[in-house]
Design a protein around this ligand. Structure first.
Ligand SMILES: [Zn+2]
Ligand SMILES: [Zn+2]
Length: 213
Protein backbone atom coordinates (compact mmCIF):
# COMPACT_ATOMS: atom_id res chain seq x y z
CA UNK A 1 0.00 0.00 0.00
CA UNK A 2 0.99 3.57 -0.37
CA UNK A 3 0.62 6.22 2.29
CA UNK A 4 0.44 9.90 1.28
CA UNK A 5 1.66 11.93 4.24
CA UNK A 6 2.58 15.49 5.12
CA UNK A 7 5.41 14.74 7.55
CA UNK A 8 5.81 18.18 9.13
CA UNK A 9 2.79 20.04 10.56
CA UNK A 10 2.41 22.31 13.61
CA UNK A 11 -0.78 22.68 15.65
CA UNK A 12 -1.91 25.27 18.18
CA UNK A 13 0.30 23.40 20.66
CA UNK A 14 3.17 25.20 18.93
CA UNK A 15 2.78 28.83 20.00
CA UNK A 16 3.32 30.03 16.43
CA UNK A 17 0.67 27.88 14.72
CA UNK A 18 -3.06 28.48 14.25
CA UNK A 19 -3.93 24.92 13.16
CA UNK A 20 -6.53 23.37 15.46
CA UNK A 21 -6.96 19.59 15.57
CA UNK A 22 -10.22 19.92 13.61
CA UNK A 23 -8.57 22.05 10.92
CA UNK A 24 -5.67 19.64 10.63
CA UNK A 25 -7.91 16.68 9.87
CA UNK A 26 -10.20 18.75 7.63
CA UNK A 27 -7.39 20.03 5.37
CA UNK A 28 -5.51 16.73 5.38
CA UNK A 29 -8.61 14.94 4.05
CA UNK A 30 -9.34 17.72 1.59
CA UNK A 31 -5.84 17.33 0.14
CA UNK A 32 -6.24 13.57 -0.19
CA UNK A 33 -3.61 12.77 2.42
CA UNK A 34 -3.83 9.49 4.28
CA UNK A 35 -1.59 10.51 7.21
CA UNK A 36 -0.11 13.59 8.87
CA UNK A 37 2.84 13.86 11.21
CA UNK A 38 2.19 16.32 14.03
CA UNK A 39 5.55 17.83 14.89
CA UNK A 40 5.09 20.63 17.41
CA UNK A 41 8.06 22.55 18.73
CA UNK A 42 9.62 20.75 21.70
CA UNK A 43 6.45 19.02 22.82
CA UNK A 44 4.19 16.07 22.08
CA UNK A 45 0.88 16.96 23.75
CA UNK A 46 -0.88 18.12 20.56
CA UNK A 47 0.00 14.98 18.66
CA UNK A 48 -1.20 12.80 21.51
CA UNK A 49 -4.48 14.68 21.81
CA UNK A 50 -5.26 14.70 18.09
CA UNK A 51 -4.38 11.02 17.70
CA UNK A 52 -6.79 10.19 20.53
CA UNK A 53 -9.59 12.33 19.10
CA UNK A 54 -9.63 11.22 15.48
CA UNK A 55 -9.66 8.10 13.33
CA UNK A 56 -7.38 9.85 10.85
CA UNK A 57 -3.84 8.42 10.85
CA UNK A 58 -1.62 10.69 12.94
CA UNK A 59 2.12 10.07 13.17
CA UNK A 60 3.18 11.43 16.55
CA UNK A 61 6.27 13.58 16.36
CA UNK A 62 8.24 16.48 17.74
CA UNK A 63 10.46 19.18 16.30
CA UNK A 64 13.36 19.53 18.69
CA UNK A 65 15.36 22.77 18.93
CA UNK A 66 18.81 21.25 19.34
CA UNK A 67 21.76 23.53 19.94
CA UNK A 68 22.80 22.89 16.34
CA UNK A 69 19.40 23.43 14.72
CA UNK A 70 15.96 21.88 14.34
CA UNK A 71 15.51 18.10 14.17
CA UNK A 72 12.19 16.33 13.61
CA UNK A 73 11.59 13.07 15.44
CA UNK A 74 8.79 10.86 14.11
CA UNK A 75 7.13 8.13 16.16
CA UNK A 76 8.20 9.98 19.29
CA UNK A 77 5.74 10.14 22.18
CA UNK A 78 7.93 11.78 24.80
CA UNK A 79 9.61 15.15 25.05
CA UNK A 80 13.21 15.17 23.86
CA UNK A 81 15.02 17.98 25.72
CA UNK A 82 16.00 21.00 23.68
CA UNK A 83 19.47 22.59 23.42
CA UNK A 84 21.35 19.28 23.36
CA UNK A 85 23.86 18.69 20.57
CA UNK A 86 22.55 17.29 17.29
CA UNK A 87 24.35 14.05 18.03
CA UNK A 88 22.79 13.61 21.46
CA UNK A 89 19.35 14.66 20.15
CA UNK A 90 19.43 11.98 17.44
CA UNK A 91 20.47 9.38 20.05
CA UNK A 92 17.59 10.40 22.31
CA UNK A 93 15.12 10.20 19.42
CA UNK A 94 16.37 6.71 18.60
CA UNK A 95 16.18 5.62 22.23
CA UNK A 96 12.57 6.86 22.31
CA UNK A 97 11.85 4.52 19.38
CA UNK A 98 11.73 7.28 16.79
CA UNK A 99 13.42 8.26 13.55
CA UNK A 100 15.45 11.46 13.22
CA UNK A 101 14.90 13.75 10.25
CA UNK A 102 17.12 16.66 9.25
CA UNK A 103 14.29 19.10 8.56
CA UNK A 104 14.81 22.18 6.34
CA UNK A 105 18.61 21.78 6.71
CA UNK A 106 19.44 24.87 4.63
CA UNK A 107 16.41 27.16 4.99
CA UNK A 108 17.13 30.69 6.17
CA UNK A 109 15.52 32.10 9.36
CA UNK A 110 14.48 28.69 10.63
CA UNK A 111 17.16 27.40 13.00
CA UNK A 112 18.50 25.13 10.29
CA UNK A 113 20.91 22.35 11.06
CA UNK A 114 23.07 22.41 7.90
CA UNK A 115 26.59 21.18 8.58
CA UNK A 116 25.69 19.30 11.75
CA UNK A 117 23.85 16.59 9.80
CA UNK A 118 25.63 13.24 9.91
CA UNK A 119 25.00 9.74 8.60
CA UNK A 120 23.42 9.01 11.98
CA UNK A 121 20.23 10.75 10.84
CA UNK A 122 17.52 8.56 9.30
CA UNK A 123 16.35 10.91 6.54
CA UNK A 124 16.63 14.41 5.09
CA UNK A 125 13.63 16.64 4.47
CA UNK A 126 14.62 17.61 0.93
CA UNK A 127 11.33 19.44 0.33
CA UNK A 128 10.08 21.79 3.03
CA UNK A 129 7.28 23.86 1.50
CA UNK A 130 7.87 26.75 3.91
CA UNK A 131 11.60 27.04 3.37
CA UNK A 132 13.17 30.18 1.95
CA UNK A 133 14.72 30.49 -0.53
CA UNK A 134 12.89 27.38 -1.66
CA UNK A 135 14.92 26.30 -4.67
CA UNK A 136 18.41 26.67 -3.28
CA UNK A 137 17.41 25.26 0.13
CA UNK A 138 15.87 22.24 -1.60
CA UNK A 139 18.81 21.58 -3.89
CA UNK A 140 21.34 21.84 -1.04
CA UNK A 141 19.19 19.45 1.01
CA UNK A 142 19.09 17.08 -1.95
CA UNK A 143 22.90 17.07 -2.15
CA UNK A 144 23.11 16.44 1.56
CA UNK A 145 20.85 13.38 1.27
CA UNK A 146 22.99 12.16 -1.59
CA UNK A 147 26.26 12.63 0.33
CA UNK A 148 25.09 10.48 3.24
CA UNK A 149 22.88 8.17 1.15
CA UNK A 150 19.91 9.07 3.29
CA UNK A 151 16.22 8.65 2.39
CA UNK A 152 14.37 11.80 1.28
CA UNK A 153 11.09 13.06 2.70
CA UNK A 154 8.85 16.10 2.29
CA UNK A 155 6.56 18.15 4.51
CA UNK A 156 5.00 21.58 4.56
CA UNK A 157 6.04 22.84 8.00
CA UNK A 158 2.46 24.14 8.00
CA UNK A 159 1.43 26.67 10.64
CA UNK A 160 -1.79 27.55 8.72
CA UNK A 161 -4.35 24.89 7.71
CA UNK A 162 -4.82 25.53 3.96
CA UNK A 163 -1.11 24.93 3.25
CA UNK A 164 -1.24 21.34 4.52
CA UNK A 165 -0.41 18.97 1.67
CA UNK A 166 1.48 21.46 -0.57
CA UNK A 167 4.35 19.02 -0.08
CA UNK A 168 3.98 15.38 0.87
CA UNK A 169 5.80 12.06 1.01
CA UNK A 170 4.61 8.88 -0.66
CA UNK A 171 5.59 5.92 1.49
CA UNK A 172 5.34 2.27 0.49
CA UNK A 173 3.88 0.97 3.71
CA UNK A 174 0.76 -0.30 5.37
CA UNK A 175 -1.14 2.58 6.97
CA UNK A 176 0.17 2.31 10.51
CA UNK A 177 2.85 4.30 12.32
CA UNK A 178 5.35 1.45 12.83
CA UNK A 179 5.23 0.38 9.19
CA UNK A 180 5.53 3.99 8.00
CA UNK A 181 8.64 4.85 10.02
CA UNK A 182 10.26 1.54 9.12
CA UNK A 183 9.65 2.20 5.42
CA UNK A 184 11.15 5.71 5.76
CA UNK A 185 14.33 4.29 7.34
CA UNK A 186 14.51 1.76 4.48
CA UNK A 187 14.15 4.51 1.89
CA UNK A 188 10.81 3.23 0.61
CA UNK A 189 9.58 6.79 0.26
CA UNK A 190 9.64 9.70 -2.15
CA UNK A 191 9.21 13.44 -1.65
CA UNK A 192 6.79 15.51 -3.74
CA UNK A 193 5.43 19.03 -3.91
CA UNK A 194 6.63 22.58 -4.04
CA UNK A 195 6.71 25.81 -2.12
CA UNK A 196 3.68 27.28 -0.39
CA UNK A 197 1.98 29.69 -2.83
CA UNK A 198 3.01 33.28 -2.18
CA UNK A 199 -0.55 34.34 -1.25
CA UNK A 200 -0.51 31.90 1.66
CA UNK A 201 3.05 32.51 2.83
CA UNK A 202 2.33 35.41 5.15
CA UNK A 203 -0.58 33.62 6.75
CA UNK A 204 1.69 30.64 7.32
CA UNK A 205 4.02 32.85 9.35
CA UNK A 206 1.57 33.24 12.17
CA UNK A 207 3.60 35.62 14.32
CA UNK A 208 3.90 37.98 11.41
CA UNK A 209 0.23 37.57 10.51
CA UNK A 210 -0.88 38.23 14.04
CA UNK A 211 1.22 41.35 14.34
CA UNK A 212 0.11 43.04 11.16
CA UNK A 213 -3.49 42.03 10.57
ZN1 LIG B 1 11.97 24.13 12.07
ZN1 LIG C 1 8.56 23.07 11.78
Amino acid sequence: MQVKADLHVHTTYSSDSIITPEALVFYAKKRGLTAVAVTDHNQVEGARKIAAETDFLIIPGIEVSSQDGHIVGLNVNEIIPKHLSADETVDRIHRAGGVAIACHPYALFKGSIGKSVTAKFDAVETINASSFPFRSASSKAEKLAERFSLPRVAGTDAHYGPVIGCAYTLIDAEPNVDAIVKAIVNGQCQPFGGPIPFSMRIKNQFRFFNKYI
